[in-house]
Design a protein. Structure first.
Length: 169
């Protein structure tokens, strides 16, 4: 059995749930910011949509050198742009994940920032922690932004106050 297979199944479920949340982001609230230290709603949603791009670096390289001076975050111009970017990154990530052998998943991976090791763990752990859990964490934050703006929340793991029926029902 390839270790990546159950991860891909979970990845598909979590990205489908994330897309349901991103679909609800209202363009007229893109500038909403719950606190001065927080992202705007657009920045947060854009970060979620683009975070899967890191799958490429995680799968293709053993060492990723992050240059904060060169990094330009993606900022969606519309909800359609947000969803298009997310869908493109989900498809790319699924293709990359499908290429992973057990050996590659157990290989140590590093991210360096300014030449210093900022993260080092087996590639499989990076995929879970840095890619999947990272997306889920920010999706939870976005749920709060949406709730604070009276946007109905979709079911993710079960009923919400806005969608009280059982999932799919």
């Amino acid at each position: 059995m390839n270790l990546i297979d159950p991860f891909i199944q979970e990845f598909e479920m979590e990205t489908a749930n994330t897309r349901k949340v991103l679909e609800r982001v209202p363009e007229d609230k893109f500038s909403y910011k719950p606190h001065e230290k927080s992202y705007t709603m657009c920045e947060l949603a854009s970060h979620i949509a683009n975070s899967l791009e890191w799958t490429r670096e995680t799968v293709d390289k053993d060492v990723f050198e992050m240059d904060p001076e060169q990094y330009k975050p993606f900022i969606a111009e519309s909800n359609a742009d947000l969803l298009e970017t997310f869908d493109k990154n989900v498809a790319m990530a699924k293709e990359k994940l499908a290429t992973c052998s057990n050996e590659s998943l157990l290989t140590m991976w590093q991210m360096k920032v300014g030449g210093k090791v900022a993260l080092e763990m087996p590639r499989m752990a990076v995929l879970r922690f840095f890619i999947l859990n990272h997306m889920i964490h920010h999706r939870g934050q976005l749920d709060v932004y949406l709730r604070m703006n009276d946007v109905p929340l979709p079911q993710v793991y079960g009923p919400t106050a806005d969608e009280p029926g059982m999932m799919g029902g």
